[in-house]
Design a protein around this ligand. Sequence first.
Ligand code: BTN
Length: 255
Amino acid sequence: MNITHIYYDEIDSTNNEIKRQIEHNIKEGTVISAGTQTAGRGRSGHDWISPKNVSVATSMVLYPKSVKMEHVPRMTLLAAVAVAKAIESLYDLKTEIKWPNDILVHKKKICGILTEMEAEAGQVKYVVVGIGVNVHNREFTPELLDKATSLDLALEEEGKHILTHCKDVTKEIWNSFGEIYESFLETEDLTSILSFYNDRLVNKNRQVRVLNPLGEYEAVAKEMLPTGELLVDKSGEMIKIDSGEVSVRGIYGYV
Ligand code: BTN
């Protein structure tokens, strides 16, 4: 994949900016990153705070015309693996993944991913994968205080004196994503990342609460399947759950 990087000191949201630039025919693999976002967006309509020059806020545009619309959410799982690989290879920190796509270090969230798609007549027009990684952050809002961390905090906790750089993190993530994405296009399933993902699955064999619109229940998380679904064991009944329909909470808190 040919990756082109564009950087802004400040933007409303890198996902928003890339969508505006799609109107000007930017190429697949164009990445827009920013030092700070004034209106960063998270999943489920939440805000995503990107304070000035302390974190990565980055988005890539893809035009996967041949990929079925219903397979696009799998690209978020590819991005999760790309981030985990980047953190591990750059800083030798162990990562875990909270299904579907939160990357954790020391059991705390270090990264969020927001994938957005536009389709027309049942065909994918574009996909924007937006990634936020906490790098130098030291302060969090009260509700995030025991749930979030940053690369610098995690490295300090391990007594490692390593200088981190947002630019290095951004480049490594997208290089890694490019490779994973190309093998995904061949099969449209997650076989190539499955063992990496499941080895880091923090929910594995843990009791989780499945927040299904049709009713909540508790089950034991088993593994992610090549479709991206999470297989859970509800008192002996094996159920596949889809990230688009349900979310999962640990019963003892965030994980
Ligand atoms: C989440 O809720 O966990 C997802 C957060 C995604 C944040 C990133 S930062 C870069 C891109 N631009 C945005 O406005 N959001 C995503």
